[in-house]
Design a protein around this ligand. Sequence first.
Ligand code: FAD
Ligand code: UDP
Length: 369
Amino acid sequence: MTKENFDFLIVGAGFSGSVCARQLAEANKKVLIIDKRDHIGGNAFDCVDTNGILIHPYGPHIFHTNSKKVFEYLSKFTDWRFYEHRVLAQVRGQLLPIPINRTTINKLYNKNLDEFGVEEFFANARKPISEIKTSEDVVLNSVGPELCDLFFRGYTRKQWALDLSELSAGVAARIPTRSNDDDRYFTDTFQFMPSQGYTKMFERMLDHNNIKIKLSKDYREITEDISYKQLIYTGPIDEYFEHSLGKLPYRSLRFEHEHLDVANFQNVGTVNYPNEHDFTRITEFKHLTGLSGKGTSIVREYPTDIGDPYYPIPRKENENLLREYKIMAENESNVHFVGRLAEYRYYNMDQVVGAALTATKKIIESDIK
Ligand code: FAD
Ligand code: UDP
């Protein structure tokens, strides 16, 4: 039997794999993209549930970026709907804005401070830390111990099964502190949702004569049946090396989806529960997608160690093991590791797109030389 020839085998049809596939196809390379799941889109996959509502089976995905380049690139495959995400946290029986802002402070402490008053409040509450190393340092340094315990410690313990002090600074640094009334979760220049959803955007990205898609198959089952010159791998880096140096830890989630016969369940896209329940947050999809009408669909996120690897865990000991895997990765010829799992980086979607564009540019340039 003659083997089908490809220039590239791409493992994983999420953001990283799909962007790589499209870029290489446009550079006239023949690509096979494979995913063990039965759909494209990776964790950003969306679909219509049995009640006709567009949902994100792997948890809420909100697109935001400061990169014009990334935004313009994705705009080739989708139109956009303007959406600014807002999140409330249930604390001491109230729903309060997170990131913590002026409203949060005034409502929590029954005050009427202006911006300067809130800045003064933070100056008195914060515990200055000269060398910020952990996520605890980040939060204590900006808002002090009480707000840290009310908004961050419990949520973090649930999400990561670790204390804030055991996580790198970058985790909590994702959440800013504000003295003004801005209650948006993100302040990026571009904040939009793909008008017809992420999956439609991925379909257009992968719709190219040089791209063949294979689903519901682990790549290891097909490598003998095809021939290819180079491999782009977007799965977990330690899995590629059969955990030969030990397992890199990932945090997973169990998603509990529910449909309710009410027009709306909550007033904002997401409500966080830092101190109550086993789940971290509830997201109502209608806010994200702009859908109106009868019925609504929500998802609760229960963090767990068992299940698909969703989050690399940013902490020192994991960085050390990652460094060793990276050395092995550099020694693999004609294999490129791209994406959140393959680079073991707590990347957002836009960062993954950026990483994939950079990686393919390098690959194409080195191919020309
Ligand atoms: P993935 O999407 O994980 O794709 C990797 C693919 O590789 C998977 O589909 C997997 O099945 C496949 N694969 C792995 N191993 C194999 C194998 N052996 N054979 C075949 N296929 C294989 N980012 C944002 O910007 N905004 C958000 O609001 C946001 N919300 C998030 C919410 C949650 C709950 C999670 C978990 C992530 C969120 N993200 C968000 C991050 C976003 O999901 C990622 O940045 C992005 O999806 C990563 O894309 P990727 O292609 O690198 O990885
Ligand atoms: N976080 C928290 N309380 C909150 C929101 C976030 O303690 O109300 C911390 C927590 O450690 C979380 C991290 O900040 O894992 C990053 O939050 P983000 O919303 O960015 O997480 P993601 O959407 O990636 O799950």
